[in-house]
Design a protein around this ligand. Structure first.
Ligand SMILES: C[S@@+](CC[C@H](N)C(=O)[O-])C[C@H]1O[C@@H](n2cnc3c(N)ncnc32)[C@H](O)[C@@H]1O
Length: 219
């Protein structure tokens, strides 16, 4: 039934979203404002970003090092910075990074911004927190915006992520996934590289269930 409703609503939602995201749109959380460019992941109507923000809210982040891997608009990075964390935001999307730079000035918050394919250009070998809201639909992205949604036909994003994590010493890696994606496939890829995914938080909003997972070594 849920799938049928979704299928019926989908064309209208897509049309609405296309219209809504054809121009820069502000997004606000807790007094922080970012301008979300049309080429950047929109946190407005998706749930994942908001669930991560709510999860971070009660945490004591003062002087903790935080990496938002694939920061998009950077609202999570700015929020962590407002909680006095030492924040690094990375992405492969230049448009997102330029807009985030402007948002740091506008909000008077300090975030180190680095263009990086996963961990490639990051010098720190370990953060206290790594926050990941990954692309998870199995399709090859054809433009910079699609990198926010598609992880590659063969889940290349996750294959590379878990390979790179093997050489790192991050304390707490948090990754959000939706029931809409192939969680068992992602868990399997993680497991083959020596990682397990444990549910840290489960949240159902509207009809969609999301999970924040803690990623850790199996040993
Ligand atoms: C679902 S969006 C999440 C954006 C933001 N973290 C949020 O929660 O609103 C995924 C982000 O990951 C970025 N991304 C995709 N592949 C990447 C890669 N290989 N390295 C770094 N960032 C990547 C995308 O450009 C996009 O900004």
């Amino acid at each position: 039934m849920r799938k049928l409703i979704k299928r019926l609503l989908d064309p209208f939602l897509k049309l609405g979203a296309k219209k809504a995201f054809s121009k820069p749109r502000p997004f606000k959380y807790d007094g922080i404002e970012v301008m979300v460019m049309p080429e950047v992941f929109p946190p407005h109507y998706t749930l994942s970003t908001k669930i991560l923000l709510q999860y971070l809210k009660p945490l004591k982040l003062e002087n903790k090092t935080v990496l938002e891997l694939g920061c998009g608009s950077g609202i999570i990075s700015l929020f962590a910075a407002s909680k006095k964390a030492i924040v690094t935001a990375s992405d492969i999307n230049n448009i997102a990074l330029t807009a985030l730079k402007q948002a740091t000035v506008k909000n008077n918050l300090d975030v180190e911004i680095i263009k990086s394919d996963l961990f490639q250009n990051l010098t720190s070998q370990g953060f206290d927190y790594v926050i990941i809201n990954p692309p998870y639909y199995p399709k090859n992205p054809t433009n910079i915006k699609e990198n926010a949604w598609f992880c590659g036909e063969d889940f290349e994003y996750f294959r590379n992520l878990f390979i790179q994590l093997q050489n790192r010493s991050d304390d707490c890696i948090l990754m959000i996934l939706s029931q809409d994606c192939n969680i068992s496939k992602i868990t399997d890829i993680a497991s083959k590289q020596g990682f397990k995914l444990e549910i840290e938080l489960e949240r159902t909003m509207f009809t969609e269930r999301n999970y924040i997972y803690k990623v850790s070594s199996k040993n």
